[in-house]
Write a protein that binds this ligand. Structure first.
Ligand SMILES: Cc1cc2nc3c(=O)[nH]c(=O)nc-3n(C[C@H](O)[C@H](O)[C@H](O)COP(=O)(O)O)c2cc1C
Length: 355
């Protein structure tokens, strides 16, 4: 297999989405397999741990992007997923083998995965076409499935969930410190290629200064005593209420199913952006559910988290071991989004046949 083809593949797929654009992955090509690792040295302690659903979703999205592009290049990718991806941080989450392309002409750098992006701005009220709704509603990947609604009542209930989960989120030191560390306010900081470029957040006038103000945890903790978390949660959840579409990715709470959820998330996101629709993910509810399972909700806030868990079962019709993995606002955007940069390829990809 031509190493240059794999390098081009990795170069496109690394545009996959990740929490706070942390790009927690490291890809390694050994001439036979492309292995995907958690980059402990670069991201541990700064974002979700290797075995948490937040990381597994990002890894699943990277895997889906690699497979989709490799398929379109007729590389016949064969995926080998770890039994418990993320359980051993030094072990690969997955390895992918390829067949050499029969037709090198089929290899082009234009693929729907290159169109995928987040748009956090305002959306119009225009509803999605029925054919697309049917596609979104019935999709599956392994045990992961999707839920879609444009019903105002369902949106209102989902927005209430986001509001409650956000109230916990803004009182959780770890989440807040990860977010603060990922914010990129200056052109030089943005140019490094990771984290959240503040210009991609579609902030209202004064939003930048407000974000600066609250990015210090001690200040936010003080302001929360005056009810700041209520205000922030109301701002956070308002766009969910407005919709017009809400997509949820649901899967049982097991690592391999979270990878499948990440794959389904990416596949639907690719399709939506390809159809000209805008997508804005909200991880806050899924995150509080995962924190409730792992016992890491701050003391005193567990009852709120348990209420969120009970209500989410009802809103999304969760059965058995299923949990919400991601909620996305979907619609036609009023303005194009500014695109988020990525780390240089060399930071996330290594060809060991050349070292
Ligand atoms: C697991 C995960 C969680 C995310 N959570 C949020 C979120 O809560 N809010 C948000 O605005 N974007 C969220 N995102 C989107 C990322 O911030 C975004 O993909 C990343 O910054 C790269 O930007 P791009 O999607 O435009 O390429 C999430 C993405 C992933 C994969």
């Amino acid at each position: 297999m031509d190493s240059d083809v794999v390098r081009r593949l990795a170069d496109i797929a690394r545009r996959a989405p990740s929490a706070d654009n942390t790009q927690p992955w490291r890809m390694e090509w050994d001439g036979e397999h492309l292995a995907i690792y958690y980059d402990t040295a670069r991201v541990a302690g700064k974002t979700f741990p290797a075995d948490s659903p937040g990381t597994l979703l990002s890894m699943g999205a990277l895997i889906e992007s690699l497979l989709a592009v490799a398929d379109s290049w007729a590389l016949r990718p064969e995926l080998e997923l770890a039994q418990r991806p993320g359980a051993a941080a030094a072990a690969p989450f997955a390895r992918i083998a390829f067949t050499a392309p029969a037709d090198p002409e089929a290899i082009t750098d234009t693929h729907p995965v290159t169109l995928r992006h987040t748009n956090r701005g305002g959306y119009t009220r225009q509803l999605l076409p029925q054919a697309l709704v049917a596609e979104l509603t019935g999709s599956r990947q392994g045990a992961a499935r999707s839920w879609f609604s444009q019903e105002p009542a369902a949106r209102a209930r989902a927005a209430d969930l986001v509001k409650s989960a956000s109230r916990i989120r803004f009182r959780t030191r770890e989440i807040h410190q990860w977010l603060s560390a990922s914010l990129r306010f200056t052109p030089a900081a943005v140019a490094a290629g990771d984290g959240l470029d503040v210009d991609t957040l579609a902030l209202p006038p004064g939003g930048r200064a407000m974000l600066h103000l609250i990015s210090d945890w001690r200040r936010l903790r003080y302001l929360n005593q005056l009810g700041m978390h209520h205000l922030l949660a109301a701002i956070d959840s308002a766009p969910v209420r407005a919709g017009p579409g809400l997509l949820a990715v649901i899967a049982p709470a097991e690592p391999q199913h979270s990878i499948d959820a990440g794959r389904l998330l990416a596949r639907q996101w690719h399709a939506l952006n390809q159809h000209g629709l805008a997508v804005h993910p909200y991880y806050v509810v899924a995150d509080q559910l995962a924190r409730l399972r792992s016992g890491s909700i701050p003391p005193g806030l567990e009852p709120t988290a348990r209420d969120v868990a009970a209500a989410s079962k009802d809103v999304f019709g969760l059965a058995g071991a299923e949990t919400l993995h991601m909620l996305l606002r979907v619609g036609y955007s009023r303005k194009p989004a500014k695109s988020a940069l990525r780390l240089p390829l060399e930071r996330v990809y290594r060809d060991t046949t050349r070292s």
